[in-house]
Design a protein around this ligand. Structure first.
Ligand code: DP6
Length: 319
């Protein structure tokens, strides 16, 4: 009997935004993330008459299902195994508009696949396997803080744990600005961003930003971690604005949220923002301030959904 695999989403503090090899999903930069306890995917794989994919109880077809099936076929080739598979996933991640649900989805899928075929892989191999489904999924194999080292081949591009049980006081407030599906996928957006005149600078800064973020994590320095995460996210979004053709994931309320974070900081309520490939804003703060920050968002926006998260665990098989 196959087991259900559970993986949590992660939020990148130093972001992955560019591929060297699209097929293998080798990145042009290393990234660092925090795995979140509030959002996860549960996935189970079993034998079937034909390939089938159910998400939250509904049969999925079209491009989303094709992505899953081609991933499963690629993994079957990789490990020399065969068969038609039924994938059942439950996503406890609110929509695709900002939190990379693909990170938990493909980390859980990789672990479920390994369990189904009894592959007995170590976590590094699982991370490489998850990477092939979605780059950010490589980091969701681990809990706490993890780093995806870019490497330069399939064998050398994987995530490893930096601190799986951090003692640092760090909370993430996921502020839902818009629950619409994003229009430009991360895969496409990162490719388009390569046309920005700042793209080379983005790559050149990666080593230094990663080293500084690792240092902030090791020292539990919230101010450094938050300000650097905010800078890194702003740099990533600057690439979208300056790409040819230019584009943006921001919506008017994204800017409003950014300004609110800046204002709160000036008022002495320390917080920082980070934003992925969508309009939603994630606020990094400390436990002592989270309630006040939530209250400020609730009074500044008409309807706003905020979910608070802390550190989540790595991928596991449920009994
Ligand atoms: C902005 O992992 O979704 O969230 O490898 O093309 O599936 P693909 O991309 P994906 O990109 C995540 C982009 C990001 C930054 C990050 O998580 O590092």
């Amino acid at each position: 009997m196959s087991k259900t695999a559970r993986a949590h989403t992660n939020i990148a503090l130093i972001k992955y935004w560019g591929k060297k090899d699209a097929k293998l999903r080798l990145p042009l930069m290393s990234s660092l993330s925090m795995t979140l306890d509030a959002f996860y995917s549960d996935t189970k794989i079993s034998d079937s008459e034909e390939m089938a994919f159910k998400l939250n109880g509904q049969t999925v077809s079209g491009p989303a299902a094709d992505r899953v099936f081609s991933y499963l076929r690629a993994m079957q080739d990789r490990f020399g195994v065969k068969g038609e598979l039924a994938v059942e996933s439950i996503n406890q991640v609110p929509t695709a508009a900002g939190l990379a649900s693909s990170s938990s989805a493909f980390a859980a899928m990789a672990a479920a696949f390994a369990d189904h075929y009894q592959l007995d892989l170590d976590r590094r191999e699982l991370s490489r396997m998850a990477r092939m489904g979605s780059g950010s999924a490589s980091r969701s194999v681990f809990g706490g803080f993890s780093v995806w080292q870019k490497g330069d081949s399939d064998e050398t591009s994987y995530a490893y744990p930096l601190d799986e049980k951090p003692e640092m006081d760090l909370r993430l407030l996921a502020v839902e600005i818009n629950d619409q599906q994003k229009k430009i996928s991360s895969t496409k957006g990162m490719e388009m961003s390569k046309s920005s005149p700042f793209y080379q600078l983005w790559l050149d800064r990666n080593d230094e930003e990663l080293a500084e973020m690792e240092d902030a994590v090791k020292r539990g320095d919230f101010t450094k971690l938050g300000s650097l995460a905010e800078l890194n996210a702003s740099e990533m979004h600057a690439l979208t604005f300056t790409a040819r053709p230019g584009f943006s994931y921001f919506e008017p309320n994204t800017i409003k949220a950014i300004k609110l974070v800046q204002d709160l900081r000036q008022q002495g309520l320390e917080c920082y923002y980070t934003i992925d490939a969508g309009p939603n804003v994630k606020v990094l703060c400390q436990r002592k301030n989270s309630k006040d920050i939530v209250n400020s968002f609730e009074s500044s926006f008409d309807r706003v959904k905020i979910i608070e998260a802390g550190f989540g665990p790595g991928v596991t098989l449920l009994d």
